[in-house]
Ligand binder design. Structure first.
Ligand SMILES: NC(=O)c1ccc[n+]([C@@H]2O[C@H](COP(=O)([O-])OP(=O)(O)OC[C@H]3O[C@@H](n4cnc5c(N)ncnc54)[C@H](O)[C@@H]3O)[C@@H](O)[C@H]2O)c1
Ligand SMILES: O=C(O)C(=O)C[C@@H](O)[C@H](O)[C@H](O)COP(=O)(O)O
Ligand SMILES: [Zn+2]
Length: 360
């Protein structure tokens, strides 16, 4: 079992990462966030595998409500947000009630946003079920999408606890594992060269990681994220480094339509482009070739569709949350483990985006 403390200005909480914790998850939730009523928000895929078991592990006298949204990025929408709020209100959830976000980053962001805004904010607990949720469940960014922009409507709202049983990842499809692994590698890129080197040397396939090694990797990644969030909860400075690969990634997700690429797949393409831009703008030697061949062998496609509209993609990047006064802003690397944030010349970025398109 690993425990990571997340200390922010608004809350200190614990991330527990432990095999078999799911067998008593309800009781754990009751310990970390005592309440008489819980609303579990989950999605259809997670519900069909795990929801009944989770409900069964709460104390018999506890009132446990459930709300299931369709699986996938499309559920980070006003329609689902309103539906959950309406359900909560018509079932008398009050300020002492607790929301349980049980799923991947989509459920975490959506249910967290409900928790952050219902009655001006109630408590919630994150119970992550995807590898990517090592990132999404920690740090308190919760949001839904506009059809035109990722995470445009949201708040910062820290959970009471994050309770992560990696045993749940056994049923995760490979595509979703890759999505999460991209964000783990991102943390190495921005903050920890040794971690990056270990990952690139050891993770040659999903199956190359034992469950113990995977758990250690998740704990290391969460420690990196927690340290950044502790220093800069509201993204006034270094928290933006967590956005490495996201200026292109988020634009790509919106441009292709949510769910066409997973979030991590889009971030992987974005990291590839950000590495090239970094190198051109003076970053020195970056492992672009080895990263590209490593990720390609792992099954990622680091190219952009041949027919991608580069102008529209750039327009979307200009509307990114990091941009100010219409200037394009990206997170770049001066070396592996050393990130910085800077305004960039759109003509340089355009060139690297164009070069990343699939050849026809
Ligand atoms: N708030 C943050 O700091 C933060 C950080 C990173 C990403 N995100 C957001 O997270 C979202 C992506 O999260 P995600 O990759 O977890 O996607 P997701 O929540 O859509 O889950 C991916 C798929 O896996 C299924 N699934 C979940 N757990 C499973 C399990 N144990 N077994 C089998 N299938 C399972 C889901 O039903 C879904 O179909 C994006 O919206 C992204 O913007 C937020
Ligand atoms: O926690 C953060 O800060 C991050 O940037 C983590 C990202 O991986 C995540 O995708 C986040 O949701 C992006 O935030 P946004 O502010 O760019 O929407
Ligand atoms: Zn991300």
């Amino acid at each position: 079992m690993y425990t990571v403390d997340v200390k922010t200005t608004t809350k200190t909480y614990q991330v527990d990462i432990a095999q078999h914790m799911f067998n008593q998850m309800g009781k754990n939730i009751e310990t970390y966030a005592p309440a008489t009523t819980y609303l579990i928000v989950t999605d259809t895929e997670v519900a069909k595998r795990y929801l009944q078991t989770l409900k069964d592990t709460f104390s018999p006298e506890t009132r446990v409500l459930t709300f299931v949204v369709p699986a996938g990025e499309q559920s980070k929408s006003f329609a689902q947000y309103e539906a959950i709020l309406t359900y909560a209100f018509s079932n008398q959830l009050d300020r002492a009630s607790v929301i349980v976000a049980f799923g991947g980053g989509v459920v975490g962001d959506l249910a967290g946003f409900v928790a952050g805004t219902y009655m001006r904010g109630i408590r919630f607990v994150q119970v992550p079920t995807t590898l990517l949720a090592h990132d999404a469940s920690v740090g308190g960014k919760v949001a839904i999408n506009l059809p035109t922009g990722k995470n445009i409507v949201g708040v910062f709202h820290q959970p009471e606890a994050v309770l992560f049983d990696p045993g749940l990842l056994r049923s995760l499809p490979d595509k979703e594992w890759r999505s999460g692994f991209a964000e783990i590698v991102k943390l190495g890129f921005i903050a920890d060269r040794d971690f990056y080197n270990r990952l690139s040397a050891c993770v040659t396939a999903r199956v190359s990681l034992s469950e113990a090694a995977q758990m250690e990797m998740i704990a290391s990644a969460i420690r990196i994220k927690a340290a950044i969030v502790a220093e800069d909860e509201r993204e006034h400075g270094i928290r933006a480094y967590l956005n490495f690969g996201h200026t292109v990634g988020h634009a790509l997700e919106a441009e292709l339509g949510y769910g066409v690429l997973t979030h991590g797949e889009a971030v992987a393409v974005g990291m590839r482009i950000a590495l090239s831009v970094s190198e051109e703008l003076g970053g020195g030697q970056l492992p672009i070739g080895s990263f590209t061949s490593w990720f390609t062998k792992l099954g990622y496609d680091l190219t952009l569709p041949a027919d991608i509209d580069v102008d529209r993609l750039l327009q979307r990047m200009h509307a990114d949350k990091k941009a100010t006064e219409g200037h394009l802003v990206m997170v770049l690397l001066s070396a592996v483990g050393e990130a910085y944030i800077t305004e960039v010349d759109p003509t340089v970025v355009r060139k690297h985006i164009a070069a990343a398109r699939k050849e026809v």
